[in-house]
Structure formats: structure tokens, C-alpha cells
Design a protein around this ligand. Structure first.
Ligand code: NAP
Length: 249
């Protein structure tokens, strides 16, 4: 039997990259899925490619009103929710003296406020035994020049998995983080780095990872399917690092 047969899922940021691949795998495993995005064109394109098992809902994770509208739609489509993948995220890199308030707020609003209120607002719909997965990053325990803001947002996401697991445990809801290493997606082109800086960073990551290569969105999605499924029924509050070994050597 398919591993997510009959389950219902919401994926924030399901238009491209890791969220999109996860939507594909959730649907292939038998789940009914809502994906969100803020950009209407990318949302429509993704929905067309993913087919009728996947419902697109335009919602900006920075907006609590959008998140409430998303919860209402999920309730009317599904009744209750078995899987929530809080995946939407952005990342920009800049040196200390170039960081202004907007740069700071943009990333904390999407990656931290967005993830927190996604879980808070959708929590009412979560079924007993539901699984919540937060997309952190392998850098959540690291530091790097130019990465101060993005890395801090991801440390916060990893922290949320601990506290929200404690909070939702009595309802038998599991909350875990997934922490990808370097995965080529639209994410890198949005980072605000020059091509030279991006190439340098990519080469460094490749050399530092024991497996000597980047990850693929599909490889993160399979880890998310595992955390979403009952196969991980005794796993909560943890961080599943999917990075070719980069963080641990
Ligand atoms: N790629 C990597 O190397 C890597 C490594 C570690 C962690 N991650 C994390 O993985 C997650 C997904 O990233 P990705 O690599 O798949 O990048 P991506 O292809 O750029 O996907 C990002 C997704 O987030 C959505 N999004 C961004 N801002 C949003 C907002 N305000 N409201 C709603 N949706 C929003 C985007 O939707 P729109 O199309 O509508 O903008 C898109 O669907 C992020 O949290 C990222 O931090 C990525």
C-alpha cells in the first residue's frame, strides 16, 4: 500500500524546488495535498504539472490573514490535516555592514514568523497522530561570514521543532525538522550572491561533504515522506539532516 494513502497534507512553498518535489512524492504515495506559494504564475505552473491530487492556494506565509484563509480552505477540502510541511523559505547573504532592517526583517518574517504562525494557525486542524515537518537547514548549527541572518533564522526553525514537539506531543502530533545541505533549486539564484561567490560556496560545500556532491530535491523529499509517514511514528523533536555528511565531519 502507498505510504501516505488517505492522508491529507499542506506544503507551504510547494511551487518549486524541495516543496514541489515533496508534493509530487506525497501525491504518488496516496496523499491529497494543498501547496501554497505567493507568486501566482509559479503556483499555477506547479499545479498544472502536479495534477488533480494537488490543490494550489495562493498564500503569503508572512500574512496571518493568508494563513487563516489557508486553514479555512484546508478545512473545507479535507476536514482535518495529517501532514504539515512548513517549507517556504528564503535566504540572502551579505556582510555585517551591508545588512539593513529590511534585509533582516524579510528573512525573519518568512523563515521564522512564517513557520511559527503556519503551525499555530493550522494546528487546530491537525489530527491525532499528525506529522509536522519544518524545513530548517544543515547550517542551523553553523556560522559563516555573510550568513548571520539566514543561519540564525534556521537555528530558530530547528528550535521550534523542539518546543512545538513538546507542546503538541499530548495530542500525539510529532514535530520534526528536516535539514537539507546544498540543493540546487531557485533558492541559490535568489540569494543575492555574485556568480563567482556562488560558485566558490558551491565548490566548498561539495568538497566538505563526504559524499562529494550536492543533494537533489528528490532526496530531501524522500526524507520528508519518511517523517510524514507512520514509519517514523516514534520520532519527534529531532532534526533529520540530509546533507551528504557536510555537517557532521
Ligand atoms: N536549496 C537549498 O540548498 C536549501 C538548503 C537548506 C534548506 N533549504 C530550505 O528549503 C526550503 C525550500 O527552498 P528551495 O531550495 O526549495 O527553494 P525555492 O525553490 O526557492 O522554493 C522556495 C519556496 O518557498 C516559497 N516562498 C518564498 N517566500 C514565500 C512567502 N512569503 N510565502 C509563501 N511562500 C513563499 C516559494 O514560493 P514562490 O514561488 O511563490 O515565491 C517557493 O515555493 C527553504 O525553507 C530553504 O531555506 C534549502
Amino acid at each position: 500500500m502507498a505510504r501516505l494513502q488517505g492522508k491529507t497534507a499542506v506544503i507551504t512553498g510547494g511551487t518549486t524546488g524541495i516543496g514541489f518535489e515533496t508534493a509530487k512524492q506525497f501525491a504518488a504515495e496516496g496523499a491529497r495535498v494543498i501547496i501554497t506559494g505567493q507568486n501566482p504564475e509559479r503556483l499555477q505552473t506547479a499545479a498544472q504539472e502536479l495534477g488533480s491530487q494537488v490543490i494550489p492556494v495562493q498564500a503569503d506565509v508572512r500574512s496571518l490573514n493568508d494563513l487563516k484563509r489557508l486553514a479555512e480552505r484546508a478545512e473545507s477540502e479535507f476536514g482535518q490535516l495529517d501532514i504539515l510541511f512548513a517549507n517556504a523559505g528564503i535566504g540572502f547573504f551579505a556582510p555585517l555592514n551591508a545588512i539593513d532592517e529590511t534585509f533582516y526583517d524579510d528573512q525573519f518574517d518568512v523563515n521564522v514568523k512564517g513557520v511559527f504562525f503556519t503551525v499555530q494557525i493550522l494546528a487546530e486542524l491537525l489530527s491525532e497522530g499528525a506529522s509536522v515537518i519544518l524545513n530548517a537547514s544543515a547550517v542551523n548549527e553553523k556560522g559563516a561570514a555573510m550568513g548571520s541572518i539566514y543561519f540564525a533564522t534556521k537555528a530558530a526553525v530547528r528550535s521550534f521543532a523542539r518546543s512545538l514537539a513538546a507542546e503538541l506531543g499530548p495530542r500525539k502530533i510529532r514535530v520534526n525538522a528536516v535539514s537539507p545541505g546544498f540543493v540546487p533549486t531557485n533558492f541559490q539564484s535568489k540569494m543575492g550572491l555574485t556568480q563567482d561567490a556562488l560558485d566558490g560556496f558551491a565548490t566548498y560545500v561539495k568538497q566538505a561533504a563526504p559524499l562529494g556532491r550536492f543533494g537533489q530535491p528528490e532526496e530531501i523529499a524522500t526524507a520528508v515522506v519518511f517523517l510524514a509517514s507512520d514509519e517514523s511514528s516514534y520520532i519527534t523533536a529531532t532534526d533529520l539532516v540530509v546533507d551528504g555528511g557536510y555537517m557532521n565531519v
